[in-house]
Structures are given as structure tokens and as C-alpha cells.
Design a protein around this ligand. Structure first.
Ligand SMILES: [Fe+2]
Length: 447
């Protein structure tokens, strides 16, 4: 018996590392992904990156009708587009779940984890809105010693992506600093593509990418240098990379350029904002400073007042509500406070209920709520950081809107569950650390 056990443990020691390595090198032509991008009722996006020129497509099967398999478009990847491909599943039905398989140069890519996607459900005029769950988080620093600052690595402990995958959420909204461009990266297309590729190829990330839909905004570190603003000279190239590496439904709205988009899931409308492209310098001192730019701000306000959704979720990199003076990048700081006030006044003027900002940036998590008598409450759920360094002073920042007990100063992510019948919906908002321990849960009823 003892001999058998020791043989098993010997085999485990020898084989497990081999297995994990072989899982990473499933096909020498697969660089990263497949990753699920946007999903709507009649269309869903599968994204993938190859290591060199190759032809890729996916075959997907409705789990409720195993006989009917469909194929996406075929894409020939090329260096100019960083060997990325957007595969569109365009023969889908609302609220269905599909398994899918990836083919590179007509060869099936065998993956050791689940590859499934869902379409968003149709529910209007049919009954109560569906229950659904989203994840959110910010700040994913993946170490690469040869280009990092010397000393203690800034990032680490990538288990959090395994934990996030285990939640089987419907989708994830990345809140910026989804990667960290370093000095060797941001001035050239080569540097920008290599940084995006390195971060996206993290082995721990792959199962999460393959079975949860992903939407993204960006913040300073995926846009340019630390605290960068509209003056960043190479923003067209970082934006081109954002478009290639993320699977948002659009990149800009109408003639408003930037990492801006909108999507719907159940009874929530999502407005994803770009707080960098139009941003005035923090350092400049003048009236009428803008973070969003006139056109984007106008689009946001008109969208909020037009939205018929129960929830209006606004994603942006920096904190919206916090008035902590230590946070120079927040909306209340560096002279941006008037624009913040303009948004709040507009929400009050039109009595727009259930507006929730989701934000990142500060490397700790907290919930903020602005509640004034006879006015709709405004929420700001801040979730930061997933793998980058932790702000261990977050709890000393004086944010008068903070919900007590919600500060988390370790790697973490957020989960928001939308549930309940129409007109009595509720949100369960939770924060998990990288051990998947629930740090807190807050419940908010619909207004
Ligand atoms: Fe960050």
C-alpha cells in the first residue's frame, strides 16, 4: 500500500508539471484565447489570437439542440492586426447556451477547460426580467521581469482569475488598467502589441476568457503612461490595440471617438466611458475642466435620461463619488469637480433612478453612496485591484460617501447579482478576495 502511494505521489510529482505545461502548449499556433466578447440576442463574438498567420474559425452547438452545429466566419490572421481574429456566431437564439470548438488551419484545438457561451435573454413583453450575474474588477498587472522596475514585483498571485472563472457569471466588465504599459511599450506599435499579447496570454486567465463574456473600458495604464490625459501622443496606436484585443460591441459611439460603448443585459443598460481620450491634464488649473469631453458627456446624459432600463450602470476608470482629497485622479479632484456636479444635478433634475457607477483605479475596493432627501440615490461600486500592488492606505482616505465596512485592501474582484420580480428588483453586491472568500455583501433594493 505504502509502495503504491509513493508510486502515485512520484507519478503525480513528475506528471502534473508536464500536464500543466502541455495544457499551455495545446497548439503551437494558439497564442491566447479563445475569449468571449460581447453577446446579444442574435449574435455573439468569439475572439482569438494566433502566434503567426493562420486561418481560424469556431463551430458552435446549441446545448438544447445537440444536432445543430454552426460555423462562424473564417479569419486569416495577420501581423498587422497582431494575429487577432473576431469570429461571429450569427445563427443563435436569445437566452440559449452553446458549446464551441476552435479550429486553427482546419485542425481542432483541444482545450482542457470548458468553452461555452450564452446569448442574452429576450424577456420584454414576456414576463419578469431575468436574473443574471456579472463580475467586475480592475488593475491586472502581469509581471515580466526584464521590462519591469527592479525589486519586488508589482504584480502577482494570478489565482484570482481561476476563482473568477469558477463563479460562472454571465459576463465580466474590466474597469481599466486591464494591462500595464511600461516604458519600453507605449511609444511603439511593437511595444504596445507585445504588452497586450503578454498579458492576454497568461495561462491562469485562459479558462476565464473562454466561458465568460468580456467587456472592457480602459484607464491610464492601458491607454498610456501613469495618469496620462488627452495629450498622450501615441493614443491612436493604443486605441488601435484596444480595438484589436477587446471584444466590445463598438469602439466609440457615432462620431464620438474613444473606448466608449453601450450594451444591454436583462433590465440593465451599460454605458462604458473613456476617461482618458478627452481628459484635461490633472496639473492644469482652470475653470470648466473636462474629463469626458463635451460630446461624450452629452452622450452620457442623454443616454441616462433616455434609458428605460431598471438599472443604468456607468463604467469609468476613476472613482466618481469619492471626495477623498488623497485621490488626485478622482472626479472630485484636480478641478474636475464641476463636471461631476453637472452629472449629479442632471440625474436629480430628471429624477433618474438606479444609476450606478462602477469604477476602479485606486487599488482598494469600497462602495460609496450619495443619498439626499427626495433625490434618487447614486451609487459608486469601486473594485480594485485584481493582481497589481495593493493600496494599504485606502482605509485612511477620507471619503464621506463610503459605506462602512466595504474597504478591502487586498487583491479582489466584485460580483453583482441582479434578481427579483419587475419593480422589486434587488442587487446583491459582493467582494471576493483571491482565495474566493467573500469579504462582504451588500444588498440594495430597487428605487
Ligand atoms: Fe491600476
Amino acid at each position: 500500500m505504502k509502495k503504491t502511494l509513493s508510486l502515485i505521489s512520484l507519478l503525480t510529482c513528475v506528471l502534473l508539471p508536464l500536464i500543466s505545461v502541455s495544457q499551455q502548449v495545446v497548439n503551437p499556433l494558439l497564442q491566447s484565447g479563445p475569449m468571449l466578447g460581447y453577446s446579444d440576442m442574435r449574435e455573439s463574438l468569439i475572439w482569438v489570437q494566433t502566434t503567426s498567420e493562420a486561418e481560424v474559425y469556431a463551430v458552435y452547438t446549441d446545448l438544447a439542440d445537440a444536432g445543430a452545429s454552426r460555423q462562424t466566419n473564417k479569419v486569416k490572421t495577420n501581423k498587422y492586426e497582431a494575429f487577432t481574429a473576431r469570429l461571429i456566431a450569427d445563427t443563435v437564439e436569445p437566452g440559449h447556451r452553446y458549446s464551441y470548438e476552435l479550429f486553427i488551419n482546419s485542425k481542432l484545438v483541444k482545450l482542457a477547460y470548458k468553452t461555452e457561451f450564452s446569448t442574452s435573454p429576450i424577456w420584454k413583453w414576456r414576463g419578469d426580467p431575468p436574473d443574471f450575474t456579472m463580475l467586475t474588477g480592475s488593475c491586472a498587472y502581469i509581471n515580466q521581469a526584464e521590462y519591469d522596475r527592479q525589486g519586488k514585483p508589482y504584480g502577482g498571485d494570478y489565482r484570482i482569475f481561476t476563482q473568477m472563472a469558477s463563479q460562472k457569471a454571465d459576463f465580466m466588465v474590466w474597469l481599466g488598467d486591464n494591462l500595464y504599459l511600461r516604458e519600453p511599450d507605449w511609444n511603439t506599435w511593437t511595444g504596445i502589441v507585445q504588452r497586450n499579447t503578454h498579458t492576454r496570454s497568461l495561462p491562469e486567465l485562459q479558462p476565464f476568457l473562454a466561458s465568460t463574456h468580456h467587456y472592457a473600458i480602459w484607464d491610464d495604464h492601458d491607454y498610456g503612461p501613469d495618469n496620462s490625459n488627452k495629450s498622450f501622443a501615441n493614443k491612436n496606436q493604443t486605441f488601435d490595440a484596444f480595438k484589436l484585443f477587446w471584444g466590445n460591441p463598438t469602439y466609440g459611439v457615432g462620431d464620438i471617438k474613444g473606448a466608449i460603448t453601450s450594451f444591454q443585459w436583462g433590465d440593465a443598460d451599460f454605458f462604458l466611458l473613456d476617461n482618458r481620450w478627452y481628459r484635461d491634464a490633472d496639473e492644469i488649473n482652470r475653470d470648466n475642466k473636462t474629463m469626458l469631453g463635451e460630446k461624450q458627456l452629452g452622450w452620457l446624459l442623454e443616454s441616462l435620461v433616455t434609458s428605460k432600463a431598471t438599472y443604468k450602470i456607468v463604467a469609468m476608470g476613476g472613482q466618481f463619488l469619492s471626495d477623498a482629497s488623497s485621490n488626485v485622479e478622482a472626479y472630485s479632484a484636480s478641478g474636475f469637480d464641476k463636471e461631476r456636479e453637472q452629472i449629479i444635478s442632471f440625474i436629480y433634475q430628471y429624477n433618474i433612478k438606479n444609476v450606478i457607477f462602477i469604477t476602479g483605479d485606486v487599488h482598494f475596493s469600497e462602495i460609496s453612496v450619495l443619498k439626499q432627501e427626495n433625490k434618487p440615490a447614486i451609487y459608486d461600486f469601486t473594485f480594485s485591484t485584481m493582481t497589481a500592488g495593493v493600496n494599504t492606505k485606502g482605509d485612511t482616505w477620507k471619503n464621506t460617501f463610503r459605506v462602512p465596512g466595504t474597504v478591502v485592501m487586498e487583491h479582489n474582484y466584485g460580483m453583482i447579482r441582479f434578481s427579483g420580480p419587475a419593480k422589486a428588483r434587488k442587487l446583491n453586491v459582493s467582494c471576493f478576495n483571491s482565495d474566493n472568500k467573500k469579504m462582504w455583501e451588500q444588498v440594495f433594493g430597487q428605487e
